[in-house]
Design a binder for this molecule. Structure first.
Ligand SMILES: Nc1nc2c(c(=O)[nH]1)N[C@H]1C(S)=C(S)[C@@H](COP(=O)(O)O)O[C@H]1N2
Ligand SMILES: [Mo]
Length: 248
């Protein structure tokens, strides 16, 4: 596991600024209480629910996952949470639910990064329904046995371990089940550089750098990046028959 000090002081959370140190410095500005989550779209039951009410429904489990950022650094983090599928099933997906879209908090008064337009705010991400329902996909509410630090996406965030870190959207306020594929923030920002799938793939380079290797935070040297971040046995079948050079 990566040292907790590194995981909480070296972050990407552009709502607080683009420097790795910004989230830890400014995270106290994130207002997490109360925290309302909106469940919308192709569900049997839509809802506006308090984070505590979601939390009280699940027994938390610890999952130690690799996290590989598209920028080529990586970590190993012990998350606390529950499968996203359990939350989706609670509200009941309709037969038209083909994608799940997630939205982060929008609060430019407190989130200084949202006063500049590096991406279109609020931060939005999405998964195909089979990716969202996969047992490895989780909603994390804590790490290292404690509740989630603000800079890591309090009070609840997505964790999708076989995809580049930007898919694992922090501080989620809305979950929408959709029929059509939505446009996500990074795809809108630069579709040549960031794809919808964003599966970790050492054979498909970013236009500006190689994805073959990674720097594990806390280690010297570089490691070989693994296909699907090492989760190929669990997830490769989701993409059988797809050209992963095209669907990056
Ligand atoms: N809302 C939001 N979620 C986000 C980001 C962000 O800037 N804003 N950055 C992403 C990126 S690029 C990465 S690598 C991970 C980093 O998660 P960590 O800081 O907990 O390691 O969060 C992802 N989720
Ligand atoms: Mo990232």
């Amino acid at each position: 596991m990566t040292a907790i000090k590194d995981v909480t002081t070296y972050n990407n959370f552009y709502e607080f600024g683009v420097r790795k140190s910004d989230p830890e410095v400014y995270a106290h500005k994130l207002q997490t209480d109360p925290w309302r989550v909106s469940i919308q779209g192709e569900f049997e039951k839509t809802a506006e629910v308090n984070f505590e009410d979601i939390l009280s429904r699940y027994t938390l489990e610890e999952r130690i996952y690799r996290l590989r950022c598209v920028e080529t650094w990586s970590m190993v983090i012990p998350w606390l949470g529950f499968p996203l599928a359990d939350l989706l099933n609670h509200y009941g997906l309709t037969s038209r639910a083909n994608y799940i879209e997630f939205e982060s908090v929008l609060d430019p008064d407190n989130l200084r990064g949202q006063r500049s337009s590096i991406i279109e705010w609020p931060y939005r991400e999405a998964l195909r329904i089979d990716e969202a329902m996969h047992p490895l996909t989780m909603i994390a509410v804590g790490m290292y046995g404690e509740k989630m630090p603000n800079q890591n996406g309090a009070p609840m965030r997505l964790v999708v371990p076989w995809k580049y870190g930007f898919k694992s959207i922090k501080s989620v306020v809305a979950i929408r089940a959709l029929e059509e594929k939505p446009t996500t923030s990074w795809v809108a920002q630069n579709p040549e550089e960031y794809g919808f799938y964003a599966n970790v793939n050492p054979n498909v380079d970013h236009p500006r750098w190689s994805q073959a290797r990674e720097r594990r935070i806390g280690e010297g040297g570089r490691r070989q990046t693994l296909m699907f971040n090492g989760y190929a046995d669990e997830v490769a079948q989701l993409y059988s028959g797809m050209d992963l050079q095209k669907h990056y």
